[in-house]
Design a protein around this ligand. Structure first.
Ligand SMILES: [Zn+2]
Length: 436
């Protein structure tokens, strides 16, 4: 079975490589901005958005980038336009076409143009220009590199590899998964349940919001282009990058725990609420989770992680509408308003863990197409887990944090660039924001 995964690595570049990378990122930003402007121009006049080929022909050799990079960016832009158009056609009027002018954008390098030279990956910039040399870690996943995207101090490698064919479990048991904030995931199969805590993640998010607000305030008092402004920009970037790494790591670990539960309990199909398509407009009359502080898109990402991890074990993740799954009483079918962590039915007196009710109702709905009262109850035994000991990670000293940050930067593979972390930028993990 083939699997395509994106691996994220932090990279440190020498000053010359850094300059080349910045130029490439700026050129990509220029191209993106041009596309945004052309799109707006067409839209104002109600013209059709051109297909990719005239755009590719037009922008050929106009930017200091490899021809395939230019093509890839045009493809990405067109795909974004298509996605937004589809959303709007389906009634989501909040969906917005790309409108931001981008100073920097991540250039995309296609697999055919990528070359390895020892442990260095060469990112081509087109004829007559030196490629960007990026040092990759020793422990890399084997497989074919189909794409590389260069970020700010990071690289995202899309790798296709052969993985062993999954052996399907003999029983045909189904499981239900409720995704939320207090519990990132609560999975139940009717007799057993596992809850993976999301509290740590939430506190990290709240911490970031505070830190960023503080930085924003300081930033507003500085002059554009000043050294202090730049320093604060960097600090802001570092703070959000750190939260991104912690989040990604926690989501991967939580997903792994849920997958392990499914494998151990011989679950052959897992049902979950369809959260990837949540639209923001409905926010006010939607369920509890959208109004809370972890963005809806993060749940979509969590589901994407789960889907590919489950696929390795031959377990499909079936997404169903989660309407009423948190309110319906599993015992009598009465709709209750839920307050607090415990679900209490006013009609029959049934009491259970709130997220557990969500999980069994999703299971029920997934199997029958509707919630049939009396079919599945919240299991007596619920195992509680944390995705990772987040709090401890945050309390560590900067030196230790460097280690942690390096360790989690490799995404799900656990691969890292620990050895090549740039000492000048190694304070990514430490709470130095206030010192600025
Ligand atoms: Zn009831």
């Amino acid at each position: 079975m083939q699997e395509t995964t994106v691996f994220a690595y932090r990279v440190s570049l020498s000053p010359t490589e850094w300059a080349k990378a910045s130029d490439a990122r700026r050129a990509a930003g220029d191209l993106w901005t041009r596309l945004v402007k052309i799109h707006r121009f067409c839209r104002r006049r109600h013209w059709r958005w051109p297909t990719e080929s005239p755009l590719k022909a037009h922008f050929k050799r106009r930017f200091p980038l490899h021809s395939q990079t230019i093509q890839a960016l045009i493809e990405k832009f067109s795909a974004t336009i298509d996605g937004v158009r589809t959303k709007r056609e389906h009634g989501d009027k909040q969906a917005r076409y790309p409108f931001r002018r981008r100073r920097y954008f991540n250039p995309i390098f296609k697999g055919q143009a990528l070359k390895m030279e020892g442990r260095h990956l060469l990112l081509p910039l087109g004829r007559g220009r030196d490629p960007i040399r990026v040092h990759l870690p020793e422990a890399m996943p084997t497989g074919t590199m189909v794409q590389a995207e260069l970020g700010y101090g990071a690289i995202y490698l899309t790798i296709t590899r052969e993985i062993p064919e999954p052996i399907p479990a003999p029983s045909g048991k189904a499981g239900g998964l409720d995704i939320g904030v207090i519990h990132l995931g609560m999975v139940a199969d009717g007799t057993e349940a596992l809850a993976v805590s999301g509290r740590g993640l939430r506190s990290v998010k709240q911490g970031r919001a505070k830190a960023l607000a503080k930085l924003q305030k300081k930033r507003s008092r500085t002059k554009p282009g000043s050294r202090r402004r730049k320093r604060l920009n960097r600090a802001r970037h570092r703070a959000s990058q750190k939260v991104e790494r912690i989040t990604r790591n926690a989501l991967h670990h939580a997903a792994n725990q849920i997958v392990a539960f499914c494998v151990v309990h011989l679950i052959t199909v897992l049902y979950a609420g369809d959260l990837g398509t949540l639209n923001y407009k409905k926010r006010h009359h939607r369920s509890r989770r959208t109004n809370q502080d972890v963005g809806a898109w993060e749940f979509g990402r969590f589901e994407a992680y789960l889907a590919y991890k489950l696929k390795r074990h031959g377990i499909p993740l079936n997404l169903i509408s989660e309407a009423y799954t948190s309110q319906t009483c599993p015992h009598c079918g009465h709709l209750n308003k839920v307050a607090g962590r415990t679900y209490r039915c006013r009609a029959c007196g049934y009491q259970a863990h709130r997220d557990g009710v969500g999980a069994v109702n999703i299971l029920n709905k997934g199997m029958h197409g509707e919630i049939r009262p009396g079919e599945f109850f919240v299991p007596q035994r619920i195992t509680y887990r944390r995705p990772v000991p987040l709090k401890r990670a945050l309390r560590r000293s900067p030196a230790e944090l460097r280690h942690v940050a390096g360790g989690i930067s490799g995404g799900e593979s656990g691969g890292s660039l620990r050895g090549s972390l740039d000492p000048r930028r190694s304070d990514c993990g430490s709470p130095r924001i206030s010192a600025l």
